[in-house]
Design a protein. Structure first.
Length: 312
């Protein structure tokens, strides 16, 4: 059944049936607005858009995969502020011939990913569109903590990373060359494994700045460097290239370090910590903050790509 055959309200009913309320949901889908508890008194909010052909392909990913990816992209931004996600709002713009089952799978993926952090999809909107587009807004709670901004890094701070990196970019390259293995890389592209708890943990440990690595490690670290008016040096010896990534890189003729330095979509978290600070579990040092500007790799300028830019 297509969504044109189901109709707008039939589609909404099917999608809502796949959703579950979270602990902060006071009123979920079904009214003009949802109501979400905000114990801290402040709401952290972030929005991302996924466009078919630009961010995902239906022949590469199921509806559930895209739902997980769409939720993860937003939930990771909330975690990168040191906050805990509480709710998602979803806008779905779809061609009228889209199968209803795909939209149901999408809803299931969104709901399941949100449930990993105790959040829920609490509402949204639908519209017909020639291009399949999913827009997600995430809300979060700081739990009384100060937000961790991009602008707080200081010379002498330790640069650290939580989560895997380079895997999704490797998976994308594998898929774009017409292959479906190694499975670990392809699945990393389809469904990010985000270290959500690492964000609040970093905030509690005194992180001076933090960011979600969505567009590429070097590109996103550049945002911290500019906002904090510092230089950042990344040390390649800090990264271990997995056997599957190395094998794929050799077969495809790619330097795996490019996936690590410039690949996005893993949604790892990068943060800076004061000198001598004990890093929380799951965080590993990957470089240093210093006086100056810009990003270097092993104290030298990086000559390769640095990440994704939507308009280039």
């Amino acid at each position: 059944m297509s969504i044109a055959e189901a109709g707008e309200f039939g589609l909404i009913a099917r999608v809502v049936a796949r959703l579950e309320n979270g602990p902060t949901t006071l009123l979920g889908p079904g009214d003009d607005s949802a109501i979400v508890a905000a114990p801290d008194g402040r709401i952290v909010a972030s929005t991302d858009v996924l466009v078919e052909g630009r961010h995902f392909r239906r022949d590469w990913s199921s509806g559930a995969d895209v739902g997980h990816r769409a939720a993860a992209a937003n939930l990771a931004d909330i975690a990168a502020m040191g906050a805990v996600p509480t709710a998602l709002l979803v806008g779905l713009c779809a061609p009228t011939d889209l199968d209803v089952s795909w939209a149901e799978e999408l809803a299931g993926g969104l709901s399941d990913e949100a449930a990993l952090v105790g959040a829920a999809v609490v509402g949204g909107d639908t519209s017909a569109s020639p291009t399949l587009t999913i827009a997600v807004t995430a809300l979060g709670d700081l739990g009384g903590r100060k937000p961790v901004l991009r602008s707080g890094a200081e010379p002498g701070d330790t640069l650290a990373l939580a989560g895997r990196i380079g895997y999704a970019a490797a998976g994308y390259t594998v898929l774009s060359r017409g292959f479906r293995t190694p499975k670990a890389l392809v699945e990393a592209y389809r469904r990010p494994a985000v270290p959500y708890e690492a964000g609040p943990a970093a905030a509690r440990a005194g992180a001076t700045s933090m960011i979600d690595i969505s567009d590429g490690l070097l590109q996103d670290l550049g945002h911290i460097a500019r906002a904090s008016v510092v230089g950042i040096d990344v040390r390649t010896e800090s990264f271990e290239v997995s056997g599957q990534m190395l094998d794929a890189a050799t077969a495809l003729g790619v330097d795996p370090l490019q996936w690590i330095m410039a690949g996005g979509d893993d949604h790892a978290l990068a943060a800076t910590f004061p000198p001598g600070a004990e890093l929380p579990p799951g965080w590993q040092p990957i470089g240093l903050v210093h006086e100056g500007t810009g990003i270097t790799v092993d104290r030298k300028p990086w000559s390769g790509p640095v990440g994704w830019d939507h308009f280039r």
